[in-house]
Design a protein around this ligand. Structure first.
Ligand code: SF4
Length: 104
């Protein structure tokens, strides 16, 4: 899933603590198991709740389980504080404690 890959030659300066937009920082996405998958598998619709959300997350996480860049993806999500979606086999609820803890 190439959700945020910047174009080649994109701006390379990033705020402190965030990865730069240099292309090498995003190359891991080229190896993502989800690169040709509809991003809706990884992000809930506004009205999605309960079993429907859980079922979608299980499917997304099963694909993450096959992904060669799963750890890099999870690391990215934690580094930039991704608060929505499944990243690196984790849901937003599963990442929340780590994200919350880093702001203390
Ligand atoms: S770990 Fe999951 S969300 Fe991340 S790149 Fe791989 S398949 Fe996509």
């Amino acid at each position: 899933m190439s959700r945020r890959k910047p174009p080649a030659g994109a701006v390379t300066k990033a705020p402190d603590g965030l990865p730069s937009a240099m292309i090498e920082n995003w190359e891991w996405q080229d190896h993502a198991a989800c690169r040709d998958v509809n991003p809706e598998l990884f992000f809930s619709a506004e009205s999605e709740r309960g079993m429907r959300k859980h079922a979608r997350e299980v499917l997304a996480k099963s694909l993450c389980g096959t992904c060669p860049v799963r750890l890099k993806c999870r690391e990215h999500a934690l580094l930039v504080g991704e608060t929505y979606g499944v990243w690196g086999g984790t849901t937003e609820e599963e990442r929340e404690p780590a994200l919350h803890g880093r702001h203390r």
